[in-house]
Structure formats: structure tokens, C-alpha cells
Design a protein around this ligand. Structure first.
Ligand code: HEM
Length: 220
């Protein structure tokens, strides 16, 4: 048996025997019982030892698209010189931002109480699995901070009603309000974390050939 065969045999046996104690760290707290959704293959809302469940995949991709729209609409609104265009963009921005906030809270509750993420493949070094886990937690924290500062911006500037009722008129210069600094730094931090997250996923998929994308619903 070669060294590669040996590693593969170990990998297979660990996956077959994945128990809460042996899995790589995931977000879900050890709840005592194994919470993987091994039995309900017809409607796998919860994750299995090999892939994320439908709920996690749905939240992940809706949030990804919404965050893309948020960064675009945020920068476009900030740079807009036409009050009507700025208000239209900000309306979209606020609806997407509040939706992402709700999805992130749902995601935290889901991982904290109901589901647990699939263990990292055994070919993944522990430092790598831990780094990925930390980046995911940091992304949740940054999203919560950006959303909270965005809501604070609207409250402090008194523009929530004007914006959401569609009342015409110039908006204030949001840069003059303290939460804008946190909002801005948070947005750039999230962009950096997301680029790292995408880069790592592609490295695991294309270089290490770990079928990482299939775990999160892209391909088989
Ligand atoms: C949760 C994800 C969010 C992301 C990623 C995000 C991203 C951004 C970005 C990139 C900007 C432009 C920053 C700059 O000019 O440097 C921005 C501006 C802004 N965001 Fe957000 N945002 C989010 C949520 C929210 C929420 C929930 C609200 C309000 C309820 C909000 C309100 C605003 C406001 C008022 C501006 C200023 C726009 C202007 O200057 O015209 N954001 N956001």
C-alpha cells in the first residue's frame, strides 16, 4: 500500500465514522447527539457529513447575490450627484441590507442550534480548517456591524421615513455621521474577506481537487 492509498483509506474510514468528537471544527455547537441529517435524504435541509444542507446552501447563495448588490448600490449611491438616483439606489440598498441582516441572524441560529457544518476533508490540514472557520465567523460579525451601522446612519440622519416613503428631496451627506466610518471600513473588510473566501474555495476545488463547490451546491 502506497502512502497515498494509506491516506485515502484513512479518509474513507473517518468519513464513514464521522462523530461529533472526530469532526473538524464547524460552527454548530456540539449538541450531544449527532445532528447531521443522515436519514432524510429526500429533503436534506440539514447538512450531511459530505455536503451542506438545503437550508445552508439557500442562505449562502441568496446572501452572496444580495451582498454583491449591496456593495454595488452602496458605492453607486455614495458617488451619485443626482438626489433621485441616490434615493432610488439607497432604497434598494436598504431593502437588501435588512434582508441580509435577517438571513445572517437566521444563519447564526441555524448553525448554533439546529445544524452543523460538514467536517473538512481529512486531506485539509487542521490550521486550514480552523482558518476557514474563523473567516466564516468574522464574516458574520462584519456583516452584523455593517448592517447595524447602516441602520444607525438612517436613524441619526433622520432619513429613514423620507427614503422609505419615497418623499423627494436631497439626502444629507452621510459622511458627516459617525457610523459612516464603521460602515465604510466594514464594507472594505467584507470585500477583502470575501475575496480570501472565494480564493480558498477555488484553491481547494481546482488545486487540491476536494470537490469543495459540490459541498455548497455547485455541481456534483
Ligand atoms: C449588510 C450589508 C451592507 C453592505 C455590504 C453595505 C455596503 C455599503 C457600501 C459599500 C457603501 C458605500 C460606502 C462608501 O461610500 O464608502 C454603503 C453606503 C451606505 N449604506 Fe450600506 N451596506 C450594507 C447594509 C446597509 C443597511 C442595512 C443600511 C441601512 C438600513 C445601509 C445604509 C447605507 C447608507 C445610508 C449609505 C450611504 C449612501 C450614500 O452616501 O448615499 N447599508 N453601504
Amino acid at each position: 500500500m502506497t502512502a497515498v492509498d494509506d491516506r485515502l483509506a484513512t479518509a474513507t474510514s473517518i468519513f464513514r465514522d464521522a462523530s461529533p468528537k472526530r469532526r473538524a471544527p464547524g460552527f454548530g455547537a456540539p449538541i450531544g447527539e449527532d445532528t447531521y441529517d443522515e436519514k432524510s435524504h429526500d429533503m436534506p435541509w440539514k447538512s450531511s457529513t459530505e455536503r451542506y444542507g438545503t437550508m445552508a446552501i439557500t442562505i449562502h447563495w441568496i446572501s452572496a447575490v444580495a451582498l454583491l448588490g449591496l456593495v454595488a448600490s452602496g458605492f453607486l449611491a455614495s458617488g451619485s450627484t443626482d438626489p433621485t438616483t441616490e434615493s432610488d439606489l439607497l432604497r434598494v440598498h436598504v431593502v437588501l441590507g435588512v434582508s441580509v441582516l435577517v438571513l445572517t441572524v437566521l444563519r447564526i441560529v441555524w448553525w448554533g442550534l439546529i445544524d452543523r457544518s460538514p467536517p473538512a476533508p481529512v486531506t485539509t490540514p487542521q490550521w486550514d480548517a480552523r482558518l476557514a472557520h474563523s473567516v466564516h465567523i468574522l464574516m458574520y460579525v462584519v456583516i452584523l456591524a455593517i448592517a447595524a451601522s447602516g441602520i444607525a446612519l438612517l436613524m441619526l440622519s433622520g432619513t429613514a421615513t423620507q427614503l422609505l416613503s419615497g418623499t423627494p428631496g436631497a439626502l444629507p451627506d452621510f459622511a458627516g455621521y459617525a457610523p459612516m466610518m464603521l460602515h465604510r471600513i466594514g464594507a472594505w473588510a467584507l470585500i477583502a474577506l470575501t475575496l480570501g473566501h472565494i480564493g480558498a474555495a477555488l484553491f481547494h476545488q481546482l488545486v487540491l481537487r476536494e470537490r469543495t463547490l459540490a459541498r455548497i451546491g455547485l455541481g456534483r
